[in-house]
Design a protein around this ligand. Structure first.
Ligand code: SAM
Length: 380
């Protein structure tokens, strides 16, 4: 296992670790006590020891579970393309790219307003607690102000506007747990922003499984030089992302691909496969599954940056071989934000060294009559 030396080959860029601000205390991210249901998990349950519990957000997971990994390297639609939800965001011109400009009016309610208590996906609803979110919950704690300033610079106001969206619409729409709002800055914004130090100037970035925009939107805020594509299959989250991008004025540097990473990498007859210099992912899947999904999205030599919790070293031990088989180099443990946040964020970094053609998984065997062997109940 590679050891981490964050200074050895740190990538330069405007988001690089700024010199010398005193470290500030941030709660450990991805604490093991929180395992909300996660659609990334094939069973839809949270009792997956492999998944390492990295799901700090998403208070009210009501969507069906996503299907298991289906590498989609043919041009045909993935077998799992029934993602999760069937609608596309209102006004989206393209079934894949949910262009912010295509949303005529931002649908966000004004802060504090609760327009529709129906809880319908994508609509404005009261949070599960019934509490009306208070934008003040998103205020930057004074003890984190210096770190936030050093990470966001003159875009700190934009970061604050995003924090407010998370604390209001994010909570109302069930994307952020109400308990998360007091720790939005340390656990989410700052922890994600420090990853910018691993991203070179002007890079293209694909954030797989963005959820409410973490870390992709945070990186786009901290680093206006980046071109960011947020990949997210769930319609409710896509709607939030599209509206947030528009509200924050990030339409030139950020776009949303509605679909799974496998679909993004596969392309189709109407769309080239997506590819980027850097792929990020936080709280999406264990390392072997992430490598299956994310390495195909990287140009050769590009890097996967997977934000991980305390399980990072174990995941490397468990999955390094699988990562190698998929064309990845030796996974390296990186600490980001040393001297800026405390504790630093843990990132597993994998270079795409070789292009490996992943085989499409075989479908169920069929008899000559076209019926599946083993009867109908087999798949249930
Ligand atoms: C626990 S959430 C994490 C969201 C966000 N990254 C964060 O840290 O708050 C996992 C996200 O991954 C998405 N996801 C699951 N499988 C995916 C796949 N194959 N491709 C892209 N996104 C996926 C889910 O829809 C969900 O939004």
């Amino acid at each position: 296992m590679a050891s981490d030396d964050p200074t050895a080959d740190a990538v330069t860029g405007p988001g690089g670790t700024p010199p010398g601000p005193p470290a500030v205390r941030a709660d450990p991210i991805f604490s093991d006590e929180e395992h909300p249901a996660d659609p990334a998990h094939p069973t839809g349950t949270v009792a997956d020891p492999d998944f390492s519990g990295e799901s700090p957000v998403d208070a009210r997971e009501v969507e069906p579970a996503a299907a298991p990994v289906t590498p989609a390297f043919s041009g045909e639609p993935s077998a799992v393309a029934e993602p999760v939800e069937s609608d596309v965001p209102a006004g989206a011109a393209d079934p894949f790219f949910a262009e912010p400009d295509a949303v005529a009016e931002p649908a966000f309610a004004e802060p504090g307003a609760v327009a529709d208590p129906s809880g319908v996906d994508g609509g404005v609803a009261v949070p599960a607690t019934g509490a009306v979110p208070d934008p003040a919950d998103a205020s930057l704690p004074p003890e984190l102000a210096e770190a936030a300033r050093s990470l966001f610079g003159d875009r700190l106001d934009l970061a604050a506007a995003y924090a407010e969206l998370l604390a209001t619409e994010g909570v109302v729409r069930g994307l952020i747990g109400p308990r998360e709002t007091p720790r939005l800055w340390d656990r989410h914004l700052l922890n994600c922003a420090v990853v910018a130090e691993r991203i070179p100037e002007g890079a293209s970035v694909i954030d797989v499984g963005s959820g409410a925009g973490l870390p992709g939107l945070v990186l786009a805020i901290a680093r206006p030089d980046l071109s960011v594509t947020l990949v997210e299959p769930l319609a409710r989250r896509v709607s939030f992302l599209v509206e947030a991008i528009q509200r924050l004025g990030l339409t030139k540097s950020v776009r949303v691909f509605r679909g799974r990473a496998e679909e993004a990498a596969a392309g189709s007859k109407d769309r080239d496969p997506l590819s980027a210099d850097i792929v990020t992912a936080r709280a999406v899947a264990p390392l072997d599954r992430l490598a299956t999904w994310c390495l195909p999205l990287l140009a050769p030599g590009g890097r996967l940056l997977a934000l991980k919790g305390a399980s990072a070293a174990e995941e490397i031990t468990a999955h390094a071989e699988a990562v190698g088989r998929l064309g990845g180099g030796e996974p390296a443990l990186r600490q980001c934000g040393i001297g800026v946040i405390e504790p630093a964020a843990t990132v597993v970094e994998v270079v795409r060294e070789r292009v490996v053609n992943q085989r499409k998984p075989k479908g169920p065997k069929r008899s000559r009559g076209g019926r599946r062997r083993g009867g109908r109940n087999r798949d249930r």
